[in-house]
Design a binder for this molecule. Structure first.
Ligand code: 0L1
Ligand code: MG
Length: 262
C-alpha cells in the first residue's frame, strides 16, 4: 500500500462528508497520485466502517462498470465492486429526495438474491446460478462524489463506486426459468423509453459479474453470505435525472420496478 493509515482515514472522512453534506470534490488521486488499488479498497472499507459506526447496516453488494457500454462511457476496462447500506434502499415506487444527492443518474440492472454463500477464488457462472434464489429488476441511483463524474478507477473505488440509492421489485424469477443473457430491459423516464438492452451487456452474462465479485472478495478472505442482494451492474449507460422525474424499469418476464425523484 502506498498511503498511510492516517491518510486513508482522512480520505474516507472527506468522501463521507461530501456525501452527507451533498457537495462534490475533485478526484482524490489529484492530491494522492501514488494511491494504489489496495488503498482504494481500504478507503472504501473505512467509509463503510464510518457508516456502520453510525448504526447503518449493509443492505447489499454491487458490481459496477460491468457493461461494455459503461466501460466505454467511463474510459475504463475493468469492473469495480462496492456495497449499499440500508439508507440507500428505496421502497418500490418510492421517492428519492434529490436535494440529498449531488447529480444523480439511474442505471437499469438485474439484482440477484442468493440462497447459498458464494466464495472465490474459482467462482464461476454455474456456481452463481446454483447459489441464486431469485433474480429481479433493480434500478441503481449512482451519485459520484466527484465533480462532473470525472474520476479514475481508483478514485471511484474509494468512493464506493458512486453508490447512492437503489430500488428492487417486480416479479422475482428463479434463474433456471429465464435466460439472463437474452432477457430484454427497457428503462423509461417520465414514460419515455430512454435506455434499452439485454442481460448480455453485463460482461456477457450478469451472473459472471456476481462470480467476479465473489472472486474479488475471495482474494480478501471474504465470502458473499446466503441471502445477500447483489446488483449485477448497469446494462446501459447511466441516465441523468432531476427532481420531478419518474423512472421505471421493465425486465422481460420479471415485471417492472420504479422510483420517483422529488
Ligand atoms: O454502478 C456503476 O456502474 C457505477 C460505477 C461507478 C462509475 C460511475 O459513477 O458511473
Ligand atoms: Mg450500477
Amino acid at each position: 500500500m502506498a498511503l498511510t493509515a492516517d491518510t486513508i482515514a482522512a480520505l474516507a472522512a472527506h468522501l463521507d462528508a461530501c456525501q452527507t453534506q451533498v457537495r462534490d470534490t475533485p478526484k482524490i488521486t489529484d492530491e494522492h497520485p501514488e494511491m494504489d488499488w489496495q488503498d482504494a479498497y481500504a478507503i472504501q472499507a473505512e467509509l463503510l466502517r464510518l457508516k456502520l459506526a453510525r448504526g447503518r447496516r449493509v443492505a447489499g453488494l454491487k458490481a459496477g462498470l460491468t457493461s461494455f457500454a459503461k466501460m466505454r462511457q467511463m474510459g475504463v476496462t475493468s469492473p469495480v465492486f462496492g456495497w449499499m447500506t440500508d439508507d440507500y434502499a428505496v421502497p418500490e415506487g418510492g421517492e428519492v429526495r434529490t436535494a440529498e444527492l449531488i447529480h444523480p443518474k439511474v442505471e437499469p440492472e438485474i439484482a440477484f438474491v442468493l440462497k447459498k454463500p458464494l466464495k472465490g477464488p474459482g467462482c464461476h457462472i454455474a456456481a452463481v446460478l446454483e447459489a441464486t434464489d431469485f433474480v429481479l429488476p433493480g434500478i441503481e441511483v449512482i451519485d459520484s462524489r466527484y465533480r462532473d463524474f470525472k474520476f479514475d478507477l481508483k478514485s471511484v473505488i474509494a468512493d464506493n463506486t458512486s453508490a447512492a440509492r437503489f430500488v428492487v421489485g417486480g416479479r422475482p424469477m428463479r434463474p433456471e426459468d429465464c435466460d439472463l443473457r437474452t432477457c430484454g430491459v427497457v428503462m423509461e423516464k417520465n414514460g419515455v423509453p430512454v435506455a434499452f438492452g439485454a442481460g448480455a451487456a453485463v460482461v456477457g452474462h450478469p451472473a459472471t459479474a456476481i462470480a467476479m465479485l465473489a472472486n474479488h472478495l475471495g482474494e480478501r478472505g471474504q465470502e458473499i453470505p446466503a441471502g445477500t442482494l447483489i446488483l449485477s451492474g448497469g446494462i446501459t449507460e447511466a441516465v441523468a435525472v432531476e427532481a420531478g422525474d419518474s423512472v421505471r424499469l421493465h425486465v422481460q418476464g420479471m415485471g417492472s420496478t420504479s422510483l420517483r425523484f422529488i
